[in-house]
Design a binder for this molecule. Structure first.
Ligand code: EPU
Length: 425
C-alpha cells in the first residue's frame, strides 16, 4: 500500500510551478482523436488519469508518445473498438469518448465511468444531448451503446443543469454534425474554452465558449495541430491554500497561474485577511496575521469551485470564528470531514451544510484520502498538524496532482511517499 508520511507544522518557503489543467487534459485527449492527423498537446500533467487515457487510446489503435509533458496523438489508424468494461471504467472522464466516437465514427460502445465518489453523478444530460442530435442510446446495465442509423443533425440543446461534462460531450458530438447546434445553459468553465480552442484550431466552427450559449456549425474534417493546455486552476488553489496556511517569512511564489480563473477563490482569501501579491502570471503568498473564518458556497464557474471546497477546508481550521460551507454542486462531497475531525478539527455535517469552527489545533493521525480533493485537503492538514500524519488512499491523489511530493518537498515540507507490503484497502 502507498502511504504519504508527513511531519507537519514546518514553515514552507520557495517557488513552484503549476502544471496543465487536469480537467482540460482529460477532455482534450478524447477531442484530439477527431483529427485526421497528429495532434500535439503541450503542458500535459504527468498524472495517473493521463496514463489511463493513453492506455485506452492504445486499445483504440491510436499511436501516442508522452515525454516531457508533451503528448503526441496520432489517431489516423483509430478504430471504433467496443469498450464495455475494463480500463475505460477507471476514470470518469472516459465518458468524453462517447461524444468523440460519435463524431468520428457515428457509433461507439462505452462502459459507464468510474472516478471519485462525490455522491450521485448522473450522465442523463449527456445522453439527452446525444439523443437530440439523432443518436440512438441503449443503456444495458451501465454499458452505453451509441448508434446513428439516420446520421446526426445539428439541433438546439438546453442543459437542465449547468454541467461541464455534458457541455463538452455535446460539443464533441456536434462538432461534425451537419447544420447548426446551439447549446443553451452551457457551462462556462475555462476548461471548456480550452477544448473549444483546440477544436477551432483543428478546423471546427464553434462560437460562444465561456458564455452560456455555444453555437456550432458542423464541419466535415478536422486536422492535426499543436496546442498548449491552460494552467490547472484547482492545483493552483490547492497550493495557495497550503501556502496561506504555512508560508514562512519569505513566502511562497506559485507560478503559471491565470489569475482570472481563480478570482472567486482569491476573493475568499482576501476576506480571510491572507497576505498575497498577485502578479501577471503568479501569486506570491506571505505569512498572514490572524486569519478570519469565512463562509463558502460553491457554484458553477465563475463562482467558487467545488473542487477547491475540500482543499480550502484545511486552511479554514487556522482561521478564527464560525463559518459554513455549502457545496451546491456536490452536497455529499464530505469525505474529508471525518478525517479532519480525527486530526482534531471541530466540523459538523448538518444536512447539506458543513459547519466549521476555528481555530483547531491539528495533530497528526492516520487518515484516508477517499477521493482526489479530499486527499489534497488531508495533505494540507498534515502539513499544518503537529506530529506525524499518515495518508492512505494515495492513488486517489496521484490521479490528479503532478509530483505533489516533489513540489511540497521543494517548499521545505517533510513529506515522503512510501510503499509497504500491506494490501490496498
Ligand atoms: N449533473 C446531472 N446530470 C448530468 C451531469 C451532471 O445532474 O448528466 C449534475 C451533477 O450531479 C452535478 C452538476 O450537474 O451536481 C455538475 O456536474 P458536472 O457535470 O459539471 O461535473 P462533471 O463534468 O462530471 C467536472 C469535473 C469535476 C468537477 C465538476 C464540477 C472533470 C473530469 N471533472 O465533473 O472535477 O467537480 O466538473 O465543476 O472535468 C475533480 O477534479 O476533482 C472533479 C471531480
Amino acid at each position: 500500500m502507498k502511504k504519504l508520511i508527513i511531519h507537519g507544522n514546518k514553515p514552507l518557503e520557495g517557488e513552484i510551478t503549476i502544471n496543465g489543467a487536469k480537467n482540460s487534459t482529460v477532455a482534450l485527449i478524447p477531442a484530439a482523436i477527431l483529427a485526421d492527423s497528429t495532434v500535439v498537446l503541450e503542458g500535459v500533467p504527468d498524472i495517473q488519469d493521463v496514463h489511463s487515457l493513453i492506455e485506452i487510446l492504445k486499445d483504440f489503435n491510436v499511436e501516442t508518445h508522452f515525454e516531457n509533458n508533451t503528448l503526441t496523438i496520432d489517431p489516423s489508424k483509430m478504430e471504433s473498438i467496443p469498450m464495455p468494461h475494463g480500463k475505460i471504467q477507471s476514470l470518469r472522464a472516459s465518458y468524453y469518448f462517447m461524444g468523440a466516437l460519435l463524431s468520428k465514427f457515428g457509433e461507439g460502445v462505452i462502459g459507464l465511468p468510474g472516478g471519485c465518489f462525490l455522491g450521485p453523478r448522473p450522465i442523463d444530460l449527456h445522453i439527452k444531448a446525444f439523443r437530440s442530435l439523432g443518436v440512438d442510446v441503449d443503456d444495458d446495465y451501465g454499458v452505453i451503446t451509441l448508434t446513428t442509423p439516420n446520421g446526426m443533425l445539428g439541433t438546439r440543446i438546453y442543459m437542465d443543469v449547468v454541467s461541464v461534462g455534458a457541455t463538452i460531450n455535446a460539443i464533441l458530438a456536434a462538432v461534425r454534425a451537419p447544420g447548426k447546434t446551439v447549446i443553451e445553459n452551457a457551462a462556462r468553465e475555462p476548461e471548456i474554452i480550452d477544448v473549444v480552442t483546440l477544436l477551432n484550431k483543428m478546423g471546427a466552427q464553434i462560437r460562444g465558449a465561456g458564455t452560456s450559449v455555444i453555437r456550432i456549425t458542423g464541419v466535415e474534417t478536422l486536422r492535426g495541430v499543436t496546442h498548449t493546455i491552460i494552467p490547472d486552476r484547482i492545483e493552483a488553489g490547492t497550493y495557495i491554500s497550503a501556502a496561506v496556511a504555512m508560508a514562512g517569512e519569505k513566502g511562497i511564489r506559485i507560478n503559471n497561474i491565470i489569475y482570472e480563473h481563480i478570482e472567486s477563490f482569491v476573493a475568499k482569501l482576501d476576506e480571510m485577511g491572507a497576505m498575497m501579491e498577485i502578479g501577471e502570471d503568479y501569486v506570491h503568498v506571505y505569512p498572514s496575521n490572524e486569519l478570519k473564518m469565512v463562509s463558502i458556497k460553491t457554484q458553477p464557474y465563475p463562482g467558487f469551485a467545488t473542487d477547491l471546497q475540500q482543499p480550502i477546508t484545511a486552511l479554514l481550521l487556522k482561521t478564527h470564528g464560525e463559518g459554513t460551507i455549502m457545496d451546491t454542486i456536490y452536497p455529499q462531497r464530505v469525505n474529508h470531514i471525518p478525517e479532519l475531525n480525527r486530526m482534531g478539527a471541530n466540523i459538523k455535517v448538518d444536512g447539506d451544510m458543513i459547519r466549521v469552527e476555528g481555530p483547531s489545533k491539528l495533530s497528526g493521525a492516520p487518515v484516508k484520502a477517499s477521493d482526489l480533493r479530499a486527499g489534497a485537503c488531508l495533505v494540507i492538514a498534515g502539513l499544518i498538524a503537529e506530529g506525524e500524519t499518515v495518508v492512505t488512499g494515495v492513488d486517489n491523489i496521484l490521479r490528479g496532482y503532478t509530483n505533489i511530493v516533489g513540489k511540497f518537498t521543494d517548499l521545505g515540507a517533510d513529506i515522503r511517499l512510501i510503499e509497504d507490503d500491506q494490501p490496498e484497502e
